[in-house]
Design a binder for this molecule. Sequence first.
Ligand code: SAM
Length: 179
Amino acid sequence: MRRIWILRLNHRRERDKRLTTHVALTARALGAEGMVYSGDIDTTLEDKIEDVNRRWGGDFKVEYIKDPVKWINLMKMNGFKIIHLTMYGVNINDIISELRKYDKLVLIVGSEKVEKIYFEISDYNVAIGNQPHSEVAAIAVFLDRYFRGRELRKKFVGGEYYIIPSERGKIVKKKVNGL
Ligand code: SAM
């Protein structure tokens, strides 16, 4: 089973509240297992994602970590490859087939300036193109390339609701016993 964790660096509770929520929602929807974040502790962010799990299923985890470098070293010891997503890195087109050989990954994304240590400690610095954009876009494109689109059909176990895809309108059904 492929396992992906996100490390969101330096979350600022007020400035980043929407963006970090979107990082988590995108990672959850596109096949990651959880997100850790450093910076400000934000229980509102954690509650929001918990509420999405409760309604739409799955078990996506959001946890605060005080020391990202220590956490990265722990993940390395547990066999995870560390990928720092940065516009300065190696173009994803040139590296994605190599990265698909690993089934345990940590994806690091920054908020503002990312400290040099993360460029050094990571196994790979990967660019989703070499132009600046956003951490949400970087996570989305990476996961979609890594899973080759299959993550978009992922079934979320548990929760209260599911959607029947339709060409027009919104069809939402209530689950029976989480199925
Ligand atoms: N100039 C900043 C820096 O130090 O990288 C850009 C910060 S950007 C608003 C926030 C995060 O989005 C970055 O830390 C990186 O993780 C991600 N990001 C933005 N553009 C990217 C790109 N082209 N490829 C990969 N990741 C990107």
